[in-house]
Every structure is written in structure tokens, then in C-alpha cells.
Design a protein around this ligand. Structure first.
Ligand code: ADP
Ligand code: MG
Length: 257
């Protein structure tokens, strides 16, 4: 099982879009793929037409068993998306209550790692969507993953938010046996605008080889796919945005390239 997380302490940077695009492409290639929605807003859950406000079982259930996750539980929470290889462990708005109460209880940071240990043989790839808040849910995502994608919107002040995210990661990496390798992915890039070009340049100046060599362009097809409730590659496999995510997928699969 390969576990990738997508995180940034900023909303609206393309986290959920990155999860669903990469997950769809990996599933198209025949892999068994599980997406995990750890954002209490539940955008990824809503994307596939489940309602995080009224959903009965979700990732929240995993945090309610005092660290002892029954082997049968994770499988019971997983929903199908309509794509034969693409499954979803949904979020519910109840997850928001964890951020308020969980700090007090120790050991809450490993719930996802334990869950994925149970599901280890069932999926080839797991992609975790993370909330834009440094709290118990993001810590779970960062503790469980083997690779981290940090989408950064190419706009004014993007670097400020990134600095916080990288500080968080440095802190988490100190607590982990093996540090998480990460890649910064410029998103929502509009090559006609000065803001996009300037912020891409300053990203590269500040973070150098940690920045992916290409960009995810603005592509309305990615938004259309969310309206249609299907992974972007299922809507239009040739869309510019899909092609860009395909190239990101190969970078993640072959880091040496
Ligand atoms: P986050 O999960 O970081 O909050 P989202 O992935 O939900 O961000 O993206 C925020 C909004 O921008 C959504 O409406 C999404 O459809 C849109 N979006 C994301 N990436 C792109 C892109 N490359 N081109 C066009 N729209 C995008
Ligand atoms: Mg999101």
C-alpha cells in the first residue's frame, strides 16, 4: 500500500481537486484506490454526492473507539464512487468536534495509521485529503503518509501560508521515525497573469528543488468534473488539467525523473 497525503494550512488551493484527480488517474490505471476525506467540511465527500451533514458513518467513527480499532470497522465505513477501482472513506461534519476536544487525549494522532494497517492488503494507493487547520486530523494525515503533496496557489502571498505548512512538517518529521518527503505543487496557474508568474518565480527562489518542475493550470474542466461528480479523467481524459495531473502522477511514481 502506498499512502499519499495532500495538505496545506490554507483553503482553496486545490487540495481536494488534487486528491480526486490523482486518485482517478491511479484508478484508471487499474490500481485499487482509496480516498480518505479528513476535512470536516467534507468537500471530497460532497464531490461524490454524499452529504457530510447527514452521513451516518464516517472517518469520525474511527476516532470514537479509544484507539482500539476493530478489524471490521474501517471496511464498514467505505463507500463506492461509481468508478470500479475508486472508493471513499467519507468525512462528516462531526469530525469538527474532534479538533476542539482531541488535543487533551493522547494517542489520537495515530488513528489513521492504525486504520490503514488494517486495510493494508485491500488497496494499492491511499490518498488522504486534509483540512486546512493544524490539528489532530492533519496530524493523523501527516503521521500516516509516506509522501506529501503540498498544493500552493500561484497568487500573491502564497509563500506566507507555505512557510507555516513547512514549519508544521518540520515539527512532525522530528516525531517520525522516517521523515515524510514532500513536493510543493504550484496550482491554479494562469500564465497570462503577472501574479501567477511572479509567485511561481518566488516559490522557486525560496524552495528550489522542492517545487515540482511543472504546474497545474487553471482549467474549468476540473470544476466541471466536480459538478458532474466524477473524477476529472472520467469527464475529459484530454483536458489540460488532467494532463497536468497525469504528469504529477508520474513524478510521484518515479521521483528520480
Ligand atoms: P481546497 O481543497 O484546497 O480547499 P479545492 O480543490 O476545493 O481546494 O479547490 C477550490 C476551488 O477551485 C474548487 O471550486 C475547485 O473546483 C477549483 N479548482 C481547483 N483547482 C483548479 C484548477 N486547476 N483549475 C480550475 N479550478 C480549480
Ligand atoms: Mg478541500
Amino acid at each position: 500500500m502506498h499512502i499519499w497525503a495532500v495538505a496545506n494550512q490554507k483553503g482553496g488551493v486545490g487540495k481536494t481537486t488534487t486528491v480526486v484527480s490523482l486518485a482517478g488517474l491511479l484508478a484508471d490505471a487499474g490500481n485499487r484506490v482509496l480516498m480518505i476525506d479528513l476535512d470536516p467540511h467534507g468537500s471530497l465527500t460532497s464531490y461524490f454526492r454524499f452529504d457530510p451533514d447527514s452521513i451516518e458513518h464516517s472517518a469520525y467513527d474511527l476516532f470514537q473507539v479509544n484507539g482500539k480499532i476493530p478489524n471490521s470497522l474501517p471496511g464498514q465505513l467505505i463507500l463506492e464512487t461509481g468508478h470500479p477501482n475508486l472508493s471513499l472513506l467519507p468525512s462528516s461534519t462531526a469530525l469538527a468536534t474532534l479538533e476542539r476536544h482531541a488535543q487533551a487525549q493522547g494517542g489520537m494522532g495515530l488513528v489513521m495509521s492504525k486504520t490503514l494497517a488494517i486495510l493494508w492488503d485491500d488497496y494499492d494507493y491511499v490518498l488522504i485529503d486534509s483540512p486546512p487547520v493544524l490539528g489532530v486530523l492533519m496530524i493523523n494525515a501527516l503521521a500516516a503518509c509516506q509522501k506529501l503533496v503540498i498544493p500552493v496557489q500561484t497568487e500573491f502571498l502564497a509563500i506566507k501560508g507555505l512557510e507555516r505548512m513547512v514549519r508544521t512538517l518540520t515539527m512532525i518529521n522530528r516525531a517520525r521515525k522516517r521523515p515524510v518527503p514532500y513536493i510543493i505543487v504550484p496550482t491554479l496557474f494562469d500564465r497570462r497573469t503577472q501574479a501567477s508568474n511572479k509567485s511561481l518565480r518566488s516559490l522557486k527562489d525560496a524552495y528550489d528543488e522542492l517545487v515540482w518542475h511543472s504546474v497545474i493550470p487553471v482549467d474549468t474542466k476540473l470544476r466541471d468534473a466536480s459538478t458532474a461528480g466524477v473524477a476529472p479523467s472520467a469527464l475529459d481524459a484530454n483536458a489540460r488539467g488532467v494532463k497536468a495531473y497525469e504528469s504529477l502522477m508520474s513524478t510521484l511514481l518515479n521521483p528520480a525523473d
